[in-house]
Design a protein around this ligand. Structure first.
Ligand code: PMP
Length: 312
């Protein structure tokens, strides 16, 4: 799907301003050097309750604080405050539908200097409507990319760095050009890392596995929720370990998960069917449970969600 245009108001450095005024100079260091960090937070609408819920918003701002620290930048507020700002942004925009919130901490200085220090930052939070699927949740056909995941010693993997998305962008376009839906990226030394903007979990027999952060993945927040639900719904324990490329071809079930993707079954990798080529049972169970929990249609794990309107 394509994102819609952003909602009218954006948060910029402690103020809410019209989207058109939330500008960054083309000379800002973040534009040339990719020096900034960002997050994505899901807001999911429950029409029965007329309520909008943020999914694990606090965890996203905790990760953003860590990303900033890795980069040596300063995130000016803590997670609690930023979750409150996010809810206020959505209320001010009257958001009543599924949306995607995009917090951005960018190097806004315009000096001709490639460095992290002494360049002012600006904090933005924007929201866009996100009706429908970001990636087809009925089944994804993947290709292993010729582009590798950046190693932590080149672009820090634990930080969600704006400049770190050049490789995933190349990988995604390569996959689409070759007739697939999504790319799976390997580590520089050839182990499975993750898809372009989502993590991967796979099952062989009863063994569920997922690569660990030591294999240069972004330590996904959705991945933790999915592992928890696999335990609760399917009695499965997910092992974080190195995963070989050939396991992608031999596995019985695989899924992608992320804030935008939520949970999507992988039905094919490099022209080989995953399992019998249909979405896995546990994957579908977790997909629908996470959707219901995210909208509080299911009473389990209310600690994962924050109401936007009722909380006001
Ligand atoms: N890997 C990458 C590279 C991503 O950009 C994302 C999306 N943030 C993920 C994995 C999934 O992480 P999360 O579940 O926290 O959105």
């Amino acid at each position: 799907m394509r994102f819609g245009t952003p909602y009218d108001e954006i948060y910029v450095d402690d103020a809410f301003v019209p989207e058109k005024e939330a500008r960054l100079s083309v000379l800002a260091n973040a534009v040339s050097y990719g020096t900034g960090t960002f997050e994505g937070v899901r807001a999911l609408w429950n029409p029965g309750q007329q309520e909008l819920y943020l999914l694990e918003a606090g965890a996203h701002y905790v990760r953003m604080g860590r990303s900033a620290r890795i980069l040596g930048l300063d995130l000016p507020h803590g997670p609690g405050h930023l979750v409150g700002v996010t809810a206020e942004l959505l209320r001010r925009n009257g958001v009543r539908g599924d949306a995607y919130v995009r917090p951005l901490l960018l190097q806004a200085g315009e000096q001709l200097a490639v460095r992290m220090h002494d360049s002012g930052t600006r904090l933005y939070i924007a929201a866009t409507p996100m009706p429908g699927d970001y990636i087809d949740r009925r089944g994804v056909r993947c290709a292993v990319s010729t582009w590798r995941r950046a190693v932590d010693t080149t672009v820090p993997g634990r930080a969600k760095v704006t400049g770190g998305y050049v490789g995933p962008s190349l990988a995604k376009s390569e996959a689409i050009r070759n007739g697939f839906d999504e790319a799976i990226m390997l580590t520089a030394d050839g182990y499975v890392a993750e898809a372009t903007t989502s993590n991967i979990l796979l099952r062989t027999g009863r063994d569920w596995a997922t690569p660990s952060p030591a294999d240069d993945i972004l330590d996904g927040i959705t991945r933790r929720l999915v592992a928890r639900l696999l335990g609760e719904l399917a009695g499965a324990a997910v092992t974080e370990r190195r995963v070989h490329r050939s396991e992608l071809y031999a596995c019985d079930e695989a899924l992608l998960c992320g804030t935008a993707a939520l949970v999507a079954p992988v039905v094919e990798v490099d022209g080989r069917r995953v399992g019998d080529g249909r979405p896995g049972e546990a994957t579908l169970a977790v997909q629908s449970a996470l959707d219901a929990i995210s909208r509080r249609r299911d009473p389990r794990h209310p600690e994962w969600t924050t109401p936007v309107y009722g909380g006001a």
